[in-house]
Ligand binder design. Structure first.
Ligand SMILES: [Fe+2]
Ligand SMILES: [Fe+2]
Length: 189
């Protein structure tokens, strides 16, 4: 399947706003891949498809997430905004017949992160945070950091995500804690 064909599917499945976000993430992911010597084609495709299941009914997302075969945990099933990442990996594999495990993992973990993330996984996680449509307070600092040190950007992003979740008294996926510890250790090393 070509990227143009994937875009046609995205146009049907996503709102105009999220379609634009997906294009922005794909473009940002290519820039990061160029900066860090990653695979630009995989970065573009993973960026394009990362939110492909974000606008289908939540129950459907949950069913797909549970079937993704990539360690969807009990804790994650308590966090509906995260369902779409595991559901997306399922959709990519079953419907789009994308078998590249790195692309599948990049979509699967773009919300929660995990320890030992590959370059592509980090690229998609960060591209999603700094894409052109993002406007949160520290976005320019994060954009700068992303191109200075991708691991440090991951550590900062996880630190922010976890403290934000704690403030809301919400659940934190096991893989997010593991990712935090993984990058914290790297920062100390
Ligand atoms: Fe997402
Ligand atoms: Fe996104």
């Amino acid at each position: 399947m070509t990227c143009e064909e994937v875009k046609e599917i995205l146009k049907i499945r996503l709102s105009k706003k999220r379609y634009t976000h997906s294009l922005n993430v794909a473009n940002e992911a290519v820039k990061l891949a160029k900066a860090y010597g990653g695979d630009e084609d995989k970065a573009y495709l993973a960026g394009l498809t990362h939110d492909i299941c974000k606008e289908i009914p939540q129950e459907e997302q949950l069913m797909m997430a549970k079937s993704c075969g990539m360690d969807f945990t009990e804790t994650e099933s308590l966090i509906p905004p995260l369902y779409h990442s595991a559901a997306g990996a399922y959709y990519l594999k079953k419907v789009l017949h994308i078998d590249d495990t790195d692309i599948l993992a990049a979509v699967r973990y773009h919300t929660a992160g995990r320890a030992g993330m590959s370059l592509l996984e980090k690229i998609i996680y960060i591209a999603d945070l700094i894409s052109a449509d993002r406007t949160y307070k520290d976005v320019s600092r994060m954009r700068k950091l992303a191109y200075e040190d991708l691991d440090k950007a991951m550590f900062e992003a996880l630190r922010f995500s976890i403290s934000d979740t704690l403030n809301k008294s919400s659940f934190i996926p096991e893989s997010t804690w593991a990712a935090y510890n993984f990058f914290a250790k790297m920062m100390k090393g």
